[in-house]
Design a protein around this ligand. Structure first.
Ligand code: NDP
Ligand code: ZN
Length: 352
């Protein structure tokens, strides 16, 4: 079968592989649609994980092609969603409540880091009964594929930030992840929702998803702009979904948050050995500002719960799919488009 892979740091291309086989608890999925993610671009072009030579891609919807002998709930032909994160549910880390880190730190993020990803004709999913989610017929592929990663990650930023009703929240970065954080903050009852970005396509989408104020990081220091908007109070929570370079997004989030506030990071810091904390704005170490950072949550129950937001009309991520390609071979063009991030792009999707 064909796949689109990392060849070495900074280089991608098509490869040929054997079709994967399932172990007793696993499934093989025939890919129907994929999304291209910024995280894969960090992995390939910044090389934080080394020279992987794996098939890229971790956002997919598909059809079950084959199941192992112990899989009970799914059978060939089922239309399913797979999370970017596929934990090993029989682990102590899961018992402790941290499925994202089953098998070690970030261990559940297997696609593209320790095994081939989904930019292939078929791919392998461990623990199928726990990691596949049933896809309601009514949800179109380009919306469903956003629930593999963009919806869980953006909403996880909000889960970490825990805004109270009426809280002031700032979302730093309004690519597809930040936009879902804006939508999530609105769903969770935030009051003022400040969105930080520059490209008009994202700005319009942020307003659509519930931003009450927009700030452009290219037009001056965003912590100062937030101070001006909030009567020098700052926000209750800042969600970081952009500004990875030099840890700028995190640095600004700490600056703009009130004493006692929460900084919730979901960005992937792929370069540098350390991240900056502004000493004075962190209250000289005593400001009661909590810094959290998390990999997206997944697993069947969580994904089916997120899908119910789409099914019952609470959240429509279709707007993120600004560029929809038809035909697997277009992964290559979509990949380079995601790297170039032209002004009209939020997220490319490829329907096989
Ligand atoms: P994008 O690159 O599409 O969006 C980034 C956003 O950040 C844009 O709105 C951009 O503005 C804005 N931005 C860039 N520089 C700055 C800056 N200095 N200050 C403030 N804002 C800035 O990213 P995605 O939405 O695709 O992904 C966001 C992050 O989430 C990435 O690091 C990605 O790897 C990570 N990620 C993490 C996951 C997890 O499980 N935690 C899962 C998936 C992704 P503009 O372009 O408008 O100028
Ligand atoms: Zn991703």
């Amino acid at each position: 079968m064909r796949g689109f892979a990392m060849r070495r740091i900074g280089e991608v291309g098509w490869v040929t592989r054997e079709k994967p086989r399932p172990g007793p608890y696993d499934a093989i999925i025939r890919t129907l649609a994929v999304g291209i993610c910024t995280s894969d671009q960090h992995t390939v072009y910044d090389g934080p994980l080394g020279e992987l030579r794996l098939i890229m891609g971790h956002e997919a919807v598909g059809e079950v092609a084959e199941v192992g002998s112990e899989v009970k709930d799914f059978q060939p032909g089922d239309r399913i969603l797979v999370g970017a994160v596929t934990p090993d549910w029989r682990t102590l880390e899961c018992q402790r409540g941290w499925h994202q880190h089953s098998g070690g730190m970030l261990g559940a993020f297997k696609f593209t880091t320790t095994k081939d990803g989904v930019f292939a004709e078929y791919f392998h999913v461990n623990d199928a009964d726990m990691n596949l989610a049933r896809l309601p017929e009514a949800i179109p592929l380009e919306s469903a594929v956003m629930v593999a990663d963009m919806v869980p990650t953006g909403l996880h930023g909000v889960e970490l930030a825990e805004p109270a009703f009426g809280a002031a929240v700032c979302v730093i970065g309004i690519g597809p992840v930040g936009l879902m954080a804006v939508a999530g903050a609105a769903l969770r009852g935030a009051g003022m929702i400040i969105a930080v970005g520059s490209r008009p396509v994202s700005v319009e989408a942020a307003k659509h998803y519930g931003a009450t104020h927009i700030l452009n990081y290219k037009e001056g220091d965003i912590a100062h702009q937030v101070a001006a908007l909030t009567g020098e109070q700052g926000v209750d929570a800042a969600i970081v979904a952009g500004g990875e370079k030099g840890g700028q997004g995190l640095f600004q989030a700490i600056r703009m948050t009130r004493p006692g506030g929460t900084i919730a990071n979901v960005a992937y810091f792929s370069t540098g050995d350390t991240l900056p904390i502004p000493r004075a704005d962190w209250g000289l170490g005593m400001g009661h500002k909590t810094i959290k950072g998390g990999l997206m949550p997944a697993g069947r129950h969580k994904l089916e719960t997120f899908l119910s937001l789409l099914e019952f009309g609470r959240l429509d991520p279709a707007r993120l799919a600004t560029h929809v390609f038809h035909g697997m071979e277009n992964i290559e063009e979509a990949w380079h488009l995601m790297r170039a991030k032209p002004a009209d792009l939020i997220k490319p999707v490829v329907i096989y």
